[in-house]
Design a protein around this ligand. Structure first.
Ligand code: PHE
Ligand code: ZN
Length: 877
């Protein structure tokens, strides 16, 4: 352990920057071993600070070596500045001056993938959140916005493509015969949006004509061998640009928009102004190598990064506590975009399913934090599901409370009012209030209060007067540093069904409708509907109108009715999930008690009716037929018995498969035909239903099903079908599974993104020697500890391997802890993310909980990066 622990930074301590940087001129003399960066910062004291004499303190980072410092033309001698704890402090400064600073950095030794680093044969940067300080000394905070001019000098034979933000303004030769290129970005931006790329790259060009008839040049760059996989991303980009004009009135502002794919990247992608940098896994797509899920992900992420041009870049964050200002809003925007491109209900189900599984788990654990956190040790740890996904739910609730038209007026006002500024979540809400007249004072508590609220509902019906009363209680559980919770403003969308499943219209507060948004604002509240002709079944929280856990004591018959008849597609799915959860929880109880599992599943009839209903979107059928995941069941459980969860889910799946084997077989055969692959909603739906059916059918002892898996694996003309067949074989312990895995690797060993999928599936195999397999994968030539995608594939796949990861002897936990320690210094961000499965230790069954805890303690005893220290110390607090 370190002598002194890293310090905590608080939102309440925010102060405006004492200095501003009007212009930033950068020169990079690129070299793999030592790159020299020269910056000329046109600085002045911030008038908002009044007359001040505070010294100038610039942020720097480990690995940055200062080799020259001058103020205007005066070279500063060492006694006029000092460097301490990565800060460069200059005591005496004028009110206005140009600071010239020369630093030396080592891109090829940069394994953290923050700042300037090498990926394959290229140079690239990652500056969000605090990466720029790993390049040069700077005021590395988002409220310091500057106009950047960047000169890149490199050997043009090896680095013919040299890119930075904005427009290329000059190009030529240096005296030594190297090439230089100058880029200028006219839009002031914080340093986290800076980017530079240099490499021998191939490009795909296109043009987008904006609503005002301006032509924008679009370019996607990749390594040469990947350029045939960018067509889909290019089309997605153009759809995004058009959509933002239509849905939000936002037009692109520069004359050129570039995207570069890199293999080594800590996150999904980055919205650098005019020069987005993508993890290649989130950009490249081809039918043979990419699954449907990944296609949709590429489209969503291209859109997300593009949308940041307004929600993030033109209007940015004042400080990192406001991260959700750009991320929550932009996720909401990309979710709506994807819904518009495909199916709104399917998209909503997928998003909610993810939120309820992963964000709810985060909200219930030791790292729980508000959407606008009040403090952090390392900001990289706060790129979380809470900030992103729950943040998007907050924006969605504002949309529900205001209605589409006023929401748009609010967003127009927000962009108009704050263009070119660095602002706060409060500013966003104020714009929404001012444009709509809706009071969001209480609603704003969603930003500051952590934890998932629980809403409990009971009801009463009085036939004589035709009144139906819903009583709702809300309670938010205690989370770290938040012992008491206030009542939130929760919009609960509700409809009523009669006993045959017809929508009932009812009157609430003078409004008669089939669908009402209830405003739950107190800890307990009664809503009284009149004009109700028969005892209704309530359809609660339609469309998942708020990120809460809702409890109402439905009978299985009620749930079946909602599942077959609710006009709200989301609740049809949600009711089926609830029914399955209830049955699975009963089975889990039996498994924990060591009883023989047995159930008379109500889902059988429900599924049968569903499969027979040809009016339904096949994608919805597939979603409804999908049993709650082990991860979701774990989130709901306390304590978590992993083996019982696995056993129960497998048991129910087999029961359903046997009872409906004929249905699943024909569902499979009827959807089997494969035409030319297309990633459109209709075809994706067909494939998902077919593969879901196969995953059930194979659980029966049908020889035909076993053969179908092998056939599909061998003859599929697209990765979705091939990989589905392979996964089904692996997870059903098909006798050919091992052979198929070997064939698959051999077939795709030259396609790294496919190999990553293979690594993940291999690491997830539930066999007795899973840990040996995983250790073998880390020695495999396809593995590379420097590449986050590969680490995530193997260790992520292992983390989901319920049997091996949670093995009673603790060997799974020990192994993961070893890897965290190994990566702690090399790549702190990745190491910190690997800790997630261990953060659940308090919820595990007692024997496992102890084992997890001792691994956490073992990690804490190491000399830790800030990233890992924060997570582990909070876990053990
Ligand atoms: N800002 C990026 C996004 O959400 C995510 C990111 C954060 C990427 C930090 C890299 C580093 O679009
Ligand atoms: Zn984002």
């Amino acid at each position: 352990m370190k002598e002194s622990q890293p310090s905590t930074i608080y939102l309440k301590d925010y102060k405006v920057p004492p200095f501003l940087i009007d212009k930033t001129e950068l020169t990079f003399d690129l070299d793999e071993a030592t790159t020299i960066v020269t910056s000329r910062l046109h600085m002045r004291r911030n008038p908002a600070c009044g007359k001040s004499t505070v010294p100038l303190t610039l942020d720097g980072g480990e690995g940055v070596k200062l080799i020259g410092l001058a103020m205007d033309d005066y070279t500063l001698p060492p006694e006029e500045y000092r460097i301490s704890e990565n800060k460069l402090i200059i005591t005496a400064t004028a009110d206005q001056f140009v600071l010239t600073c020369e630093t030396l950095i080592e891109p090829q030794n940069n394994t953290s993938l923050e700042g300037l680093y090498r990926s394959s044969s290229m140079f690239c940067t990652q500056c969000e959140a605090e990466g720029f300080r790993h390049i040069t000394y700077y005021l590395d905070r988002p409220d310091v916005m500057s106009v950047f001019t960047t000169t890149i000098i490199a050997d043009a034979d090896r680095y013919p493509v040299m890119l930075s933000n904005g427009n290329e303004v000059e190009r030529g030769k240096t005296e030594e015969g190297k090439t230089f290129v100058v880029w200028n970005d006219p839009f002031p931006k914080p340093a986290y949006l800076f980017a530079l790329v240099a490499g021998d790259l191939a490009v795909k060009n296109d043009i987008f004509t904006t609503q005002n008839k301006r032509d924008v040049k679009l370019q996607i760059f990749t390594e040469t061998h990947n350029i045939d996989k960018v067509d889909y991303a290019m089309e997605a980009l153009k759809r995004s640009m058009r959509w933002d004009e239509e849905a939000y009135g936002r037009e692109y502002d520069l004359d050129i928009f570039m995207i570069v794919a890199v293999d080594d990247f800590n996150m999904g992608a980055m919205e650098n102004k005019g020069l987005n940098i993508f993890n290649s896994s989130c950009l490249l797509a081809s039918p043979e190598t990419t699954t449907d899920d990944s296609y949709l992900r590429v489209e969503a992420i291209v859109a997300h990064e593009y949308f940041h041009n307004w929600s993030g870049n033109r209007v940015t964050c004042r400080d990192w506590f406001q991260l959700s200002l750009k991320e929550g809003f932009t996720v909401f925007r990309d979710q709506t975009f994807s819904a518009d491109m495909h199916s709104e209900t399917v998209k909503r189900v997928e998003d909610v399913s993810f939120l309820r599984t992963a964000q709810f788990a985060e909200d219930a654990g030791p790292m729980a934090h508000p959407v606008r956190p009040a403090s952090f040790i390392e900001i990289s740890n706060f790129y979380t599901l809470t900030v992103y996904e729950k943040g998007a739910e907050i924006v969605r609730m504002i949309h529900t409370l205001l209605g589409a038209e006023k929401f748009r007026a609010g967003s127009d006002l927000y962009f108009e009012r704050h263009d070119g500024q660095a602002v706060t979540c409060d500013d966003f809400v104020s714009a929404m209030e001012d444009a709509s007249g809706v009071d969001l004072t209480q609603f704003k508590r969603w930003y500051s209060q952590a934890g998932t609220p629980v809403v409990s509902v009971t009801d009463e019906f009085d036939a004589a007067s035709g009144t139906y009363r819903l009583t709702m209680k809300q309670e938010t559980p205690v989370t770290p540093n938040q012992p008491t919770k206030l009542a939130l403003h929760i919009p609960v969308r509700v409809g009523l069904l009669d006993q045959s499943g017809n929508e009932l219209s009812a009157t609430l507060d003078g409004t008669t409708a089939e669908d009402h948004v209830l405003h739950l604002t107190s800890s307990e509240q009664v809503f009284e509907f009149s004009g109700v002709t028969a005892r209704p079944i309530p359809s609660l929280l339609r469309g998942f109108s708020a990120p809460v856990k809702l409890h109402y004591d439905y009978t299985p018959a009620n749930l079946l009715l909602l599942m077959s008849s609710d006009s709200d597609g989301f609740n049809r799915w949600s009711s089926a999930q609830q029914l399955a959860v209830n049955e699975l929880q009963a089975l889990i109880g039996q498994a924990i008690a060591g009883e023989t599992l047995s159930i008379d599943s109500q889902l059988i009839d429900g599924f049968k009716a569903l499969i027979g209903d040809c009016n339904l979107d096949p994608a919805m059928v597939a979603l409804i037929l999908t049993l709650p995941s082990q991860a979701y069941l774990s989130e709901l459980a306390n304590p978590i018995y992993p083996a019982a969860i696995k056993q129960a889910r497998h048991y129910l799946k087999t029961q359903l498969a046997n009872a409906l084997s004929g249905e699943f077989e024909s569902l499979y055969t009827n959807n089997k035909s494969q035409g030319v692959y297309q990633a459109n909603a209709e075809d994706i739906a067909c494939r998902s239903l077919k593969n879901l059916a196969l995953s059930y059918w194979v659980e029966t002892d049908s020889e035909a099903a076993q053969q179908a898996v092998v056939q599909q694996f061998e003859f599929a003309n697209n990765m979705t079908d091939q990989f589905s067949a392979l996964s089904i074989a692996v997870h059903s312990q098909h006798e050919k599974a091992a052979d198929m895995l070997a064939v698959f690797y051999d077939q795709w060993k030259n396609e790294p993104l496919v190999v990553n999928k293979w690594l993940m599936l291999s690491a997830g195999q539930e066999s007795d020697d899973a840990l040996i397999i995983v250790k073998g994968l880390m020695e495999h030539p396809a593995f590379d500890l420097k590449n986050p995608n590969k680490v995530r594939s193997v260790l992520g796949g292992f983390g989901q391997n319920m049997a091996a990861f949670h093995k009673e002897d603790g060997s799974g936990y020990r192994f993961l802890a070893d890897q965290i320690i190994l990566l702690n210094k090399r790549n702190p961000q990745i190491a910190s993310r690997l800790c997630t499965p261990l953060t659940r230790w308090k919820k595990m069954q007692p024997e496992l909980s102890e084992k997890m805890k001792s691994e956490l303690e073992r990690i804490l005893a190491e000399d830790l990066s800030k990233d890992v220290y924060e997570v582990i110390s909070k876990c053990l607090a």
